[in-house]
Design a binder for this molecule. Structure first.
Ligand code: G4P
Length: 527
């Protein structure tokens, strides 16, 4: 086996504005991957728009920042970007299927917000470890205990604070590292902190010096808090962390670069490396010598003159070398991987080799689909597919020109294979039976544009009032469901012919569940 740095592959989950861009930037900075602040920032565009150039710009830029790799302390670290804001889409969810752990970033003043909850649910479904960073402590924050209570009450996850804030906002003095028994000191007015520590509560602590630094009131408060956490808090438990039942919590301030480096060091120590993955022929371990991986995201080139796409492959096992041949299991074809790309901040690099845990971008002339497995050698197996996640926006869709039905159908087929949209069909006859499902508004705009640009079809999109899709587990038939007396639902089939119920809201979902106690409704599907 070749030697290479151990991998840590993770995604940052957060609600817009919690500071994901800022945190990412600091992490890349520690890895020496970027040298100026603001490099990652430029990809952001806050204006919602249907202007094509804008979409292209956003998409183009987000291609290069889809995965960022950097090195720190002997580790190779892959950060997977999870698009937020108006480019929130099913991709955001799918990306989490390629991560081995997640960093949950929370704004200390706002607590847990809606987008965080959604992304958290996907992480929970996979049982991956979640590390919490509570950000913006340099601003007025909510009570830290209340924030931890929220983790438990809103998300249902136990927490174990690794450090503890000393004041917040103008009174913020730093954080107390519980394991090392030291205060990491925050100095006001410093935009970029270099680290400075003071031992506390231990033999080598100089109590007077710490008191002088943080003030008597905060010192006594810290003493009380530290004791309380030791008695009442959840103890550190690596196994519970590994299974996603307990989240280590860190407080800090990304903008002032305070606590980020210490967080990174703990994270690298505690977060798992590349996980084994189940295939239909048993578990595949990262140490296996043969390359294997799965496609979790496909990014179209929005320029109609260049139809090529980039398929993102998460390597599960083995070593990738440029020019090697692999088997595309779904079609049985051999493919030569000659132009792979790895992504680092804003540059695209052609890479020579990559290892389990890494993500590489493959040039895709249109052969790959979401969830496809690639393996080296003749032994074929498939990884469990990447699931579909419940869309939140539904619309009836048809070709404006009925004569274009064939192209329309082809476009629907290909765009859904690529994962750009999902479609469902109703029992209605002919062209009126197609329902589009997307997670974010931008997906609809991109769909409309691409149908026109790539398939020559003008589509008519008519919004529907549903906000949830629930797959019906097992082999229940439509007529066995009791949904008739209520107008807030519609029974449809997904692309693979599975039974799905579209529902207006959570109330409708509860109603459906009550009327069908023996039916299991689930919010994701596996292909
Ligand atoms: P996002 O990617 O999660 O959407 O968040 P982003 O990093 O863009 O941060 C959102 C805003 O929060 C930014 O301010 C950023 O400077 C600020 N911020 C991030 N971390 C911290 C922190 O630790 N402390 C404080 N006080 N602010 C923080 P903005 O005014 O929206 O952006 P900009 O105009 O400064 O670029």
């Amino acid at each position: 086996m070749s030697t290479h740095e151990p991998r840590k592959t993770f995604a940052i989950i957060s609600h817009p504005d919690a500071g994901k861009t800022t945190l990412t930037e600091k992490l890349l900075y520690f890895g020496g991957a970027i040298h100026t602040a603001g490099m990652v920032k430029s990809r952001k565009s806050k204006a919602a728009t249907s202007d094509w150039m804008e979409i292209e710009k956003q998409r183009g830029i987000s291609v290069t920042s889809s995965v960022m790799q950097f090195n720190y302390n002997g580790y190779a670290i892959n950060i997977l970007d999870t698009p937020g804001h108006q480019d929130f889409s099913e991709d955001t969810y799918r990306t989490l299927t390629a991560a081995d752990s997640a960093v949950m970033l929370i704004d200390a003043a706002k607590g847990i917000e809606p987008q965080t909850i959604k992304l958290f649910e996907v992480c929970r479904m996979r049982g991956i470890p979640i590390f919490t960073f509570i950000n913006k402590m340099d601003r007025d924050a909510r009570d830290p205990l209340a924030l931890l209570e929220d983790l438990e009450e809103v998300l249902g996850i136990r927490s174990c604070p690794m450090n503890w804030p000393i004041g917040s906002g103008v009174d913020f003095q730093g954080v107390y590292d519980r394991e090392k028994q030291q205060v990491e000191v925050f100095r006001k007015g410093e935009a970029e902190h270099s680290r400075s520590f003071m031992p506390v509560f231990s033999e080598d602590a100089d109590e007077a010096a710490v008191r002088a630094r943080i003030g008597d009131t905060l010192y006594e408060k810290l003493e009380e808090d530290a004791e309380l956490l030791d008695i009442a808090g959840d103890p550190f438990d690596q196994e519970k962390i590994n299974s996603g039942k307990l989240t280590p919590v860190f407080f800090g301030s990304a903008l002032t670069n305070f606590g980020v480096q210490s967080f990174l060091e703990y994270f690298l120590r505690l977060a798992p490396g590349p996980a084994p993955r189940m295939s239909d022929k048993g578990q595949v371990v990262p140490e296996s010598s043969k390359l294997s991986g799965f496609i979790f995201k496909i990014q179209a080139n929005m320029n109609p003159a260049h139809r090529d796409r980039i398929a993102f492959l998460r390597i599960v096992s083995g070593t990738f070398t440029r020019g090697m041949s692999v088997q595309h299991v779904r079609t049985g074809k051999k493919i030569k991987l000659s132009q792979p790309q790895q992504f680092l901040a804003q540059d695209r690099n052609i890479i020579e080799d990559a290892y389990a845990g890494d993500i590489i971008g493959l040039f895709d002339p249109g052969i790959f689909g979401i969830g496809d497995t690639l393996v080296e050698g003749n032994q074929a197996y498939s990884f469990a597919g990447v699931p579909h996640f419940s869309p939140e926006i539904f619309a009836r869709v048809r070709a404006k020109d009925a004569m274009k039905y064939k192209q329309f159908h082809k476009g629907m087929q290909q765009l859904s294979e690529e994962g750009a949209v999902q479609y469902f069909t109703t029992a209605a006859p002919g062209a009126e039976n197609m329902i589009l499902g997307v997670v974010g508004q931008l997906q609809l705009e991109v769909f409309e544009y691409r149908m026109r640009a790539e398939y020559g079809v003008e589509v008519e999109i008519q919004p529907l009032g549903y906000s949830l899709a629930r797959w019906v587990k097992g082999d229940k038939k439509e007529h066995e469901l009791n949904l008739i007396q209520y107008g807030g639902s519609l029974t449809v089939k997904d692309r693979a012919g599975r039974l799905v119920v579209l529902l207006e809201n959570e109330f409708a979902e509860r109603w459906a569940q009550e009327k069908n106690p023996d039916v299991e409704f689930v919010s994701t599907s596996y292909e």
